[in-house]
Write a protein that binds this ligand. Structure first.
Ligand code: ADP
Ligand code: MG
Length: 240
């Protein structure tokens, strides 16, 4: 088993009197897709935001390789994030949305073009390159968001309920597509969801979260067949 690639140690975050993350430890191997599964309000988004640098953590360390990125500005962390709502720039085309991060980094035009072409092919949106976000379906918009976050070649990809806003049929096909892309790129990924079926189908490993803590962590099979608590059993659907 390879060493952990992304390691969270003792992550704490409070908002006022509310402890949202209470000493979270988590290790992820390179190329692994783990799912954070837990009820609404348990701290999933806050944890992702802390990793991405969008929320400042109170305590703890975030090791990526051998670097503690926990206090670096977001742009220096090499972490990509996709949100539940599409968060695309409405006044930019599909191509320009994907190109945006590369432009900000000062990449030359030729390099930007070849990278964008690669990504348009990856998410199968070559024909939509000149469309604007409002001309696309929800699923297509999420594929643009995925391409945009991959453009700058992050070391870790964070997906915060990327399928929640979509209807059931699109949700199923897009989750397979995300899983395929993740495997092809061997991208180290944290996938957040509150849907156990989604977690069971996409994950190498599932971390069940409740009240700001990871309460059990294991393969989908292990969690389903050997839940350690009633909460986990209920959440995995192995208890009625
Ligand atoms: P989840 O993504 O699992 O639904 P969140 O991480 O969004 O949970 O939220 C966890 C808790 O933290 C919730 O009780 C939420 O109200 C609170 N919270 C999140 N962000 C803030 C904030 N910026 N200020 C105050 N409370 C917040
Ligand atoms: Mg959330």
């Amino acid at each position: 088993m390879s060493a952990s690639y992304l390691e969270l140690k003792g992550i704490r975050k409070t908002f006022g009197d509310t402890t949202v993350l209470n000493d979270v430890d988590l290790s992820i191997r390179e190329g692994e897709l783990i799912t954070l599964l837990g009820p609404s309000g348990c701290g999933k988004s806050t944890l992702l935001r802390c990793i991405a640098g969008l929320t400042e953590l109170d305590e703890g360390r975030i090791l990526l390789g051998h670097t503690d990125i926990g206090r670096l500005p977001p742009r220096q962390r090499e972490v990509g994030m996709v949100f539940q709502s599409y968060a695309l720039f409405p006044n930019l085309t599909v191509y320009e949305n994907i190109e945006y991060g590369l432009k900000m980094r000062g990449e030359g035009k030729a390099a930007r073009k070849s990278r964008c072409e690669e990504l348009l092919a990856l998410v199968d949106l070559e024909e939509k390159r000149n469309s604007y976000p409002q001309q696309l379906s929800g699923g297509q918009q999420q594929r643009v968001a995925l391409a945009r976050s991959l453009a700058v070649q992050p070391k870790v990809l964070l997906l915060d309920e990327p399928l929640s806003a979509l209807d059931a049929k699109i949700r199923k096909s897009l989750r397979t597509e995300i899983r395929d892309i993740q495997r092809r790129l061997k991208m180290t990924t944290i996938f957040v969801t509150h849907d156990q079926e989604e977690a069971l189908t996409v994950s190498d490993r599932i971390c069940i979260m409740n009240h700001g803590n990871i309460v059990q962590d294991g393969t989908p099979e292990a969690l389903y067949t050997k839940p350690r608590t009633e909460f986990v059993a209920r959440f995995m659907g192995s208890y009625n």
